[in-house]
Design a protein around this ligand. Structure first.
Ligand code: SAM
Length: 215
């Protein structure tokens, strides 16, 4: 059987390492315990952006700007709005976005993602959801007025392999992780059975859930 770990090691032998500024940011993230999108999710995101060519991208969870800059490079025509609520990371993300020369295309909104979504207007072709894991269902509800038929909502970390796998029984999960476990399972169950969406759940990275708005 091919395990995802074996598969990931194989992919590392195929795909080139990050280069230039993204490589510097990746090093900083690993050294400073900043969570950033994993290689498998980066590959998928790059492929997706090349395929759907979004004009407007929204990201929930900027951290230090790694995935926003990656998307900015992979979709050179796109504008990106990204949201982060952790002051220390906001400062670093602003520095990085400026250093990448993308301040004119990437707008960083500071604050709680759900609160900002409630006030937001406009329409996005791609939304990358990578903020508070227990809030994914709330985010999806708030995102519905901000997307259109054909928009893609990509949710990262839905299997939470590091903190207690979502595919395991709730009893196998540490008590402190059970709320996230229950909410994520409910989110996946609700969305996969909702006729407004066509979805795919992949083991890539920490679990990638792709939702296309079909109605
Ligand atoms: N997308 C980033 C990347 O790949 O470079 C990584 C994002 S990291 C996994 C998740 C980020 O979401 C953290 O920096 C965290 O501070 C932020 N976050 C968590 N809860 C949030 C909330 N309620 N509102 C805004 N940001 C939030």
């Amino acid at each position: 059987m091919i395990t995802s770990e074996r598969f990931e090691v194989f992919c590392e032998t195929l795909y080139p390492e990050e280069q230039g500024f993204l490589a510097e940011m990746e090093k900083y993230a690993y050294e400073n315990d900043v969570p950033i999108i994993r290689p498998a999710a980066r590959r998928y995101l790059r492929w997706l952006l090349a395929t759907i060519k979004p004009g407007r991208i929204l990201e929930l969870g900027t951290a230090i700007g790694f995935s926003a800059i990656l998307m900015g490079q992979a979709a050179p025509e796109a504008t990106i709005v990204t949201i982060e609520n952790y002051d220390k990371r906001i400062i670093k993300a602003k520095e990085n976005i400026a250093a990448a020369g993308m301040s004119d295309r990437i707008t960083l909104l500071e604050g709680d993602a759900a609160g900002l979504l409630e006030e937001m207007e406009g329409s996005f072709d791609l939304v990358f959801v990578d903020a508070a894991k227990a809030q994914y269902e709330t985010y999806l509800k708030l995102l519905m007025p901000l997307v259109h038929r054909g928009s893609v909502i990509l949710c990262d970390n839905v299997l939470a392999r590091d903190s207690g796998s979502i595919i395991d029984s709730r009893y196998a999960v540490e008590r402190r992780d059970r709320t996230i476990h229950e909410r994520m399972r409910k989110f996946l169950k609700d969305v996969t059975s909702d006729s407004r969406f066509v979805t795919d759940l992949s083991m890539a990275g920490d679990g990638l859930f792709s939702i296309t708005i079909s109605q």
